[in-house]
Write a protein that binds this ligand. Structure first.
Ligand SMILES: NC(=O)CC[C@H](N)C(=O)O
Length: 360
């Protein structure tokens, strides 16, 4: 079946439908990872986005039961050059087509995704709709009359607190759209993890007597999550805090810094990041459309610890007086290399040091 992606600037890309048969609207973003389509689709940070994959062949290792980042994927669509219907991998239990159908996500194949990416790189990310059958700009343009929702975090966060038991430190994981990868890393380190909704108050967090707090990744504009700012402000002087991606942006906002939207974001599996103190470069997995404004950090007590090698934007900060640090990239992901993973060990160390300091 013919399916077309229309961008809000009137450009169209015609291809073939796969996955679910539903019309969709979302922000069109590109991802340069050669693998990881299952993780991308199920990463809640892609909520309300149509993901364009630059790698030309997608689906060839299928989909398995273990690599999901959440139970209900929230991406709005997947756009590929060629989709593989005959995956070959001993872990595979489903095709990409069947998985998209199951989660009601439409796919579009047969598109020159590199051309589409160049378009988004030069003009910036924009909204797009996918429609089936014949369509013209006249028939689709009214679909752009509505703005995309801004309540993504509320939609993807857990509604209730839940616990994963462990014999190690108790970590409160504030779920702004947390990837299961974060949970896996904490569980691997024997943590007892208390997952809490995005709008939890500092008093509620303290009632669990956590040894440390993780602020998760999540979708949308960090400025759309104002309830998190007083929470973070209150917790920072008291408990060790580790923020990832949206969590990192929220730490910056809570400290009085600013964030801004990048023209086309960083989404891929090989983004080099330099740690300023050591000069060490880490190859990281990234997925963000916003970044912390470096100039605005001046009077916040936060200092830059990491920087993107490609465009120099802030990739990590730490607080000078509080046990708080955060990164814009994803140490819970293993885009081939595992070099970023040690940040979870650093967090565990910070938690232990703080426990000794306060005598518990
Ligand atoms: N992966 C994330 O947490 C992304 C954070 C934020 N939604 C952004 O796009 O910048």
């Amino acid at each position: 079946m013919k399916r077309t992606l229309w961008l809000e600037d009137g450009t169209s890309f015609v291809g073939t439908a796969f996955g679910a048969s539903v019309e969709t609207i979302g922000e069109v973003v590109f991802q340069t990872g050669m693998t990881g389509y299952q993780e991308m689709l199920s990463d809640p940070s892609y909520c309300d986005q149509l993901i364009v994959l630059t790698n030309p062949l997608i689906g060839n290792y299928g989909v398995n039961r273990e690599d999901f980042e959440t139970t209900v994927p929230m991406a709005k669509g997947l756009i590929v050059k060629e989709v593989c219907d005959t995956p070959s991998n001993f872990r595979s239990t489903a095709t990409l087509h069947d998985t998209l159908k199951r989660f009601n996500i439409p796919g579009l194949a047969g598109v020159d995704t590199r051309m589409l990416t160049r378009h988004l790189r030069s003009l910036g990310v924009m909204r797009g709709v996918m429609v089936d059958g014949d369509s013209t700009w006249e028939t689709v343009k009214h679909r752009f009359d509505v703005l995309l929702p801004t309540n993504q975090v509320e939609r993807v966060s857990t509604k209730r607190a839940y616990v994963s038991t462990g014999s190690g430190p108790r970590i409160a994981l504030i779920d702004f759209g947390a990837k299961l990868g974060i949970m896996r890393e904490l569980v691997k380190r024997d943590c007892e993890v208390v997952v809490l909704p995005h709008d939890v108050t500092a008093e509620e967090v303290m009632r669990y007597e956590p040894d440390g707090v993780m602020l998760s990744n999540g979708p949308g504009d960090p400025k759309d999550v104002p309830t998190a700012l007083p929470l973070i402000e209150r917790l920072m002087p008291t408990l060790p805090i580790f923020g990832i991606c949206l969590g990192h942006q929220l730490i910056a906002l809570a400290s009085g810094a600013n964030t801004f939207k990048l023209p086309f974001g960083h989404r891929g599996a090989n983004h080099p990041v330099v740690e300023l103190e050591t000069g060490a470069v880490t190859i990281t997995s990234q997925n963000h459309g916003y970044a912390v404004d470096e100039a605005s950090l001046a009077t916040t007590g936060l200092v830059v610890t990491h920087r993107a090698v490609n465009d120099g934007t802030v990739e990590g900060v730490k607080h000078l007086n509080h046990p708080t640090f955060s990164v814009q990239y994803h140490p819970e992901a293993a885009p081939g290399p595992y070099d970023a993973n040690d940040l979870f060990d650093r967090f565990m160390q910070l938690v232990q040091e703080n426990k000794q300091k306060v005598g518990i």
